[in-house]
Ligand binder design. Structure first.
Ligand SMILES: Cc1ncc(COP(=O)(O)O)c(C=O)c1O
Length: 410
């Protein structure tokens, strides 16, 4: 039997994560299904930022590098993210953007083994991942980039490859088996670099247990760090002494305040810092991460799976016959925390939904993405979103010239 609104109400009443909803500032009347792209604002963040600005910056001034431990923020927040992704505290650091971290780790991985000259990735991976790889190959003609369909990647891995994959696909939501792929790549002599942008804070991860070599991830999606929040990077302990960042900035130096002329990398993960850390952005990210640390990642994963399951079930039951095709795997272990449906007029349908306060997004050529963030969405929210979608499709409300015009950011 297909669940109904009463079932959704019952699930909300029993939901152990429901109290987290009040820890976010969301506009009334909005159903926010885009936390996979830009997370919502934690209620604690504005006050914390005001404190960092007024007290730590305004009053403490430069002393706050020591007294407020600004200097330790990349490692401190990295250590907290480590707990969310199943890594050791000294294996994760916050720095730069995901794109820059991809550059640093790919370059470091290639340089560490002279025979490793191929960046192997997936066709249709998130563009920045492929573009960064192509940029590295453009600087060094001995490096090449190979992008293959996902079912051909393992067979192509070998000692000459660093395999760069996005764990949860940004468009389809498809999820790799992190442990199985890591071990298969390593068994063939390859090194693995995971992009966890759509995974951290969305699904339970065990990087250490899976033996992952390298990883990067976003701070502004499920971690709720705010627009353009700094990203994180992970380097397994066993690689930390040998990998060197190509961006040998002073913050990655073993003794930055010795001001010596010659670069010597820090002995630990700090070597992957480059310039002065963005303290205000780090403070906002820390608020998002702290909130997550209060939640149980197993409960988050289970709720994410249920929210996505219900969305798929209800869309297929209530919106049948309107040209929607599911792009996301049905099996919870094979997907992340967003669900995509293709529709030939997906852009306009999504704009009509947004006009009604149901905010998802769209990815060319036809994918409507709906993100399910267990900390601030409930089961009745999913029901309401599907009812709005049904209304729009049935009434053809999307067929309005206002909804056809493309915005700069989609
Ligand atoms: C898989 C993946 N990697 C990286 C990024 C973004 O990287 P950056 O924060 O450097 O823009 C995104 C953004 O959506 C993404 O989906």
């Amino acid at each position: 039997m297909i669940p109904d609104l009463q079932d959704a109400q019952r699930l909300d009443a029993e939901d152990p994560l429901a109290p987290f909803r009040d820890r976010f500032d969301l506009p009334p009347g909005v159903l926010y299904l885009d936390g996979n792209s830009l997370g919502a604002l934690p209620s604690a963040t504005p006050a914390r930022l005001a404190e960092v600005m007024r007290q730590e910056w305004g009053q403490g001034l430069i002393r706050s590098w020591n007294t407020a431990d600004w200097i330790g923020a990349p490692q401190r927040v990295g250590g907290k993210i480590a707990r969310l992704i199943g890594a050791q505290a000294d294996e994760v650091i916050v720095a730069d953007s995901t794109s820059v971290n991809l550059f640093k780790l790919l370059s470091a991985g290639l340089t560490a083994a002279p025979g490793r000259r191929v960046i192997l990735s997936e066709t249709g991976n998130f563009p920045t991942d492929l573009y960064i790889a192509q940029g590295i190959a453009a600087m060094d003609p001995s490096v090449s980039v190979r992008a293959l369909p996902r079912d051909e990647i393992i067979a192509a891995a070998g000692p000459e490859t660093i395999v760069m994959l996005t764990h949860v696909h940004y468009k389809t939501g498809q999820r790799y088996d992190l442990r199985a792929v890591t071990q298969a790549v390593q068994a063939r002599g390859g090194m693995i670099l995971w992009d966890l942008s759509h995974s951290a804070g969305a699904v339970a991860l065990e990087l250490s247990a899976a033996g992952v070599d390298l990883a990067v991830g976003c701070g502004y999606k499920y971690l709720n760090g705010g627009p353009g929040a700094p990203a994180f990077l992970y380097v397994a302990r066993r690689h930390q002494a040998t990998l060197r960042s190509p961006l040998s900035g002073w913050m990655g130096h073993a003794a930055p305040f010795a001001f010596s002329d010659d670069y010597a990398p820090a002995p630990d993960l700090k070597r992957f810092l480059c310039g002065t850390p963005p303290i205000l952005s780090l403070a906002a990210l820390e608020c998002g991460v702290d909130l997550f640390l209060e939640a149980d990642m197993t409960a988050v994963t289970e709720k994410s799976q249920r929210l996505c399951d219900l969305f798929i079930t209800w869309v297929e039951a209530h919106c049948a016959g309107h040209g929607l095709t599911l792009l996301t795997p049905r099996h919870p272990a094979a997907r992340g925390s967003h669900v995509s449906f293709a529709h030939p007029d997906g852009y306009a349908v999504m704009q009509a939904l947004i006009a009604r306060g149901v905010i998802g997004d769209f990815r060319d050529p036809d994918a409507m993405r709906f993100g399910f963030t267990p900390l601030y969405l409930g089961y009745v929210d999913v029901w309401r979103a599907v009812q709005a979608l049904k209304d729009i499709l049935t009434s053809r409300a999307w067929d309005d010239p206002r909804y056809a015009a493309r915005a700069a950011v989609t």
